[in-house]
Design a protein around this ligand. Structure first.
Ligand code: ADP
Ligand code: MG
Length: 214
């Protein structure tokens, strides 16, 4: 099983949207997909409730006595996390993850928060001796804006304390397709193909990264 944690202590950066889209994509691709909502705000739980019965199922995973409980033979587990995640709660969830996706918005506040989180993350991974793969995802980007260009330069330039580049597979545009998909319990892959051509193309490098990480 490949377990993907979507995390960033900053609220509103697109964690739940990314997590639901990803879990929906794996189900849509015929994989056994589960989604664990570790956020009391329960956005992903609400998305699961709205998911139409005729769509390929995404199982609702639960935390039971501090361990994820999920259907046997689950192939992909996606974990959505709350804002403000740090300390022991962060370390507990890191313990279940193979890969961490960090969505970042094109704003100074969000870039600064992401940088601080990466430092925290590095310390936690060292302390717990975890070998976690991390990738950055630029989200809600309005292309051809100065803010978009600044975010790309910033994310391209981020390094671990050892000087290694942090994978930055994709930029996701700001698009109503995500809002519509969430409202209907779908991923963007399950909206009409003609409408989502561009979004699906933007997801491709991220899905390839996750495929290599699995
Ligand atoms: N790529 C995107 N394009 C347009 N709206 C988006 C996109 N990603 C997220 N959103 C919207 O931004 C808001 C915050 O997203 P959400 O996934 O709830 O963030 P978080 O879980 O990090 O708090 C929501 O209203 C969501 O619909
Ligand atoms: Mg959320």
């Amino acid at each position: 099983m490949h377990s993907i944690l979507v995390a960033n202590p900053k609220g509103g950066c697109g964690k739940s949207t990314l997590a639901a889209c990803l879990a929906g994509f794996y189900a849509f691709s015929g994989k056994r997909s589960a989604l664990l909502d570790a956020d009391p705000q329960a956005s992903c739980r609400a998305w699961l409730e709205r998911r139409p019965a005729r769509r390929p199922p995404v199982a609702a995973a639960e935390l039971l006595n501090g361990r994820p409980r999920l259907p046997r033979r689950t192939e992909f587990l996606v974990i959505d996390t709350p804002a403000g995640l740090r300390g022991r709660r962060l370390e507990q969830l890191l313990g279940f993850a193979d890969t961490l996706l960090l969505p970042v918005l094109p704003s100074f506040f969000d870039m600064r928060a992401a940088e601080l989180f990466l430092l925290n993350l590095e310390q936690s991974c060292q302390r717990l001796r975890l070998r976690l793969k991390v990738a950055l995802v630029a989200n809600r980007v309005r292309e051809d804006t100065l803010a978009a260009a600044r975010l790309e330069v910033f994310l391209e330039g981020l390094r671990t304390p050892h000087g290694s580049k942090i994978p930055f597979p994709t930029v996701l545009r700001s698009c109503q397709n995500y809002v519509t998909a969430m409202d209907r319990g779908l991923s963007v892959f399950e909206l009409p193909p003609s409408r989502t051509l561009y979004d699906r193309a933007q997801w491709r490098p991220l899905l390839s990264f996750l495929g290599r990480a699995a």
